[in-house]
Design a protein around this ligand. Sequence first.
Ligand code: ADP
Length: 885
Amino acid sequence: MDLKFPSHGYKDVFYNSIAPMLIVGTDAPHYTMLDVNNAYLFATHTRREDIIGQPVFGVFPANPGDSMSKNVERTIFSFEQAIKTKVTHTMYNYRYDIPIPGSNEFEEHYWTTSNTPVLNESNEVLYLIHSPSNVTDLYKAQEREGAAIALTKKQQLQLQSVFMQAPVGIGIFKGPDYIADLINPPLCRLYGKTEAELLGKKIFDVLPDAKGRGFEALLDNVRLTGIPYRGEELGIPMLRNDKLETVYVNFVYEPFREPDETITGVIVVATEVTELVNAKNKIEEVELRNRIAVDAVGLGTFDLDLLTNEAFTSTQFARIFGFEEALSRNNYLELFHPDDEPIRRQALKDALVTGRLFYECRIIHKDSSMHWVRAEGKVIYDDNGKPLSISGIALDITKEKKSADEQRKLISLVENSVDLMSILKMDGYNSYINEAGRKLLGFKDETEVLHRPVSELHSPEHLLQVQQEVIPSVMKTGRWSGVMIVRHLQTGENFPVYNNCFRIDDLVTGAPISIGAVMRDMRPELAAKAALADSEQMLRNITTASPAALWMSDENGHITYVNQTWVNWTGTSYEANLGSGWLQKIVEEDRIRVADKFVSDVLEKRNYEVEFRINHADGKIHWCLANGQAHYNNEGKFAGYIGSCMDITEQKMLQQQKDDFIGIASHELKTPVTTIKGYAQILEKMLQHHGLAREASMVSRMDTQLKSLTSLIADLLDVTKINSGRLQFNDREFEFNPMVNDLVEDLQRITDKHTFILHLNKTGIVFGDRERIGQVITNLITNAVKYSPGAEHIVITTAIENNEVTLCVEDYGIGIPRDKLDKVFEQFYRVSGDLQYTFPGLGLGLYISSEIIKREGGRIWVNSVEGKGSTFCFALPLVKEETDI
Ligand code: ADP
């Protein structure tokens, strides 16, 4: 069938199309509406006559319900686009409200409108088909959906941005090989790789340095068990920026679960904390270094909590207090010196006001040693300004204190020294002179010291010595000492000082920085010397003028001084008498005896006394009595003798005359007395014979008197013999005990008042003069009888002691005072006392006895108690011990 669509048919199609269409002319800006179809009129609630020939925007303003609508502009833009591009231009989803019929209200409508150009053969735009379609419902639905989508999208974007921009590294690693599925820039940075280098790769292939460090096992564990793992400050060696470094991370491994809950990988969230760890390490290092430094200088640290009053202390702090390790606060507090405890307490109180703690106190360690401690601290406050704690340091300053103390002592020593002490700078000015020095040189005060050059302290000629001798010597050798002349600043007096000066060098550079000087005023010394010289001269005059010779020896007995008197006596020079020269002037027979005695007394350091004869300068022989007094030096050491020597020639002559007289007299007396005695005995016998008993007894008494006269004469003769060295001895060996026995028996007859008790112990043979020894025993026994008138017994004992034969006579008589014991053996000595005068005697018996015993090589001595009795003993060398037959 040949169907031919009629030309008017197009009109029908246009008018009846369900798509609303409006034909608009291209006459901008009017865009006159040329035709319209029914669907359009229906959709816009308009009538054809209102439209045809009208400009489009006159009928359809922007949007009747929205004055702000840009619909007109959009439509014009769309028309222009369609005309220009000659293809359909679509305006999507714009709002254009439609009036609700029968009211002034509008209904919200959304449209998507196409503007299609209709072209002629010449391809020119004839008009536009403006075809809106109502998309209100669609739009509304779309709008709701869009909002939801937008929200998701937004969230997704946000997530993405969070993920990508998160300051922590996040990555998802899939499968057992941990292939990087997702990885954000921070994690890339952490790994030191680009996203491209990591994505889709096995992580341990890309980061070989992290392999074999246990991370695989950790990841496996999370992937297989689903238990997350958290790691802190883990060091991972990593090649970053071509540099292998240890990267520290805090990280969490979380299982990555699929929607069906299966775990297919691990989410890694990692934060790099390298800088933090390094900083922390650095802080620790600095802290350690500080602590070492603090410890090294001996600083102890403390932190006192003001709320609990407890303190945290360092080990060094404890050591300062003598403990091995830190202890609680009370242990420290109890060590404070009681005198310093208030200082510590006050310092603490002050600290709460000033914010600063400071004190120096003494503490006493457990071992009783005393130490000085300095504590310094700072108060720490809370936000409200309330003091919380005091942190600080403590230091043992014992040494410092001691040296300060030493210094103080030194300064006071220097200041109080009687000698001048000064420090001279290299510029010729003194920087210091002590008080004694300022006085010595006439400085008014300390400031004057600083301003007077040293040159003013010497007269020009004496300054020369200082400049040419003293200073160069100090500079060269380090010191100079000697006498120099200084000038008093006020009086101008020049006077000598003994100066000890020394160079003071810089401790560091060694260069000389000053000269120290210690000076002593020599004037007093010189004055004393002068005085001494004067007194020495005086002494010399005295000793020279002395009538006695004076002498001195050293500790070895060498004569070191004799006075002029001795020099005059001997007619020798002073020097000739020194040493042992003095002996030469002693007569030859006496010389050895005198020398021996002197030597033995020097050895024993005994006081010395000896008589000798010298060949006097007057050509005669003079008798001298020399005395030496042992003297000791300041340290108490024997230093020799100081002695004198008297000329006793005259006394000797007198004594000799006396001895001669006694000798002659007794000798002359002896013969007539013996004769008288003989006649008296004959006369007694004759009278008895003639029965004249009374007369006979008178003559007998005369005989007794004659006996004592004889014995007196005998004693006198003995003494003269002893004194002139003429006492004869007839030595031979004899048995001691029998001799004693005979003698005692004989003597018993002379007394009927006393009984002799004889203890003859074993003795032996003695070599000596039997008669003379007997004379001694007789003397001792008769004395015992004489001086014990009230006693009945006298005990005579013999014995051997130390190879000596001894004999003792003990009486119970008047005794002898202790201080007289030594004297009884002297010539003519008699103990003076009330009792003694009643006993006759000359005081010769013991003298003669002691001389005899001495000459026989023995000893004689006495023990006595006054009023109780005496025991006289002697000892003689034993030749042979008695045998026991
Ligand atoms: P005299 O002739 O005086 O007895 P001696 O030489 O024998 O001289 O004695 C000296 C002095 O010693 C005596 O005068 C006497 O004072 C004292 N004397 C001697 N023997 C004794 C004695 N046994 N008891 C007390 N005094 C004594």
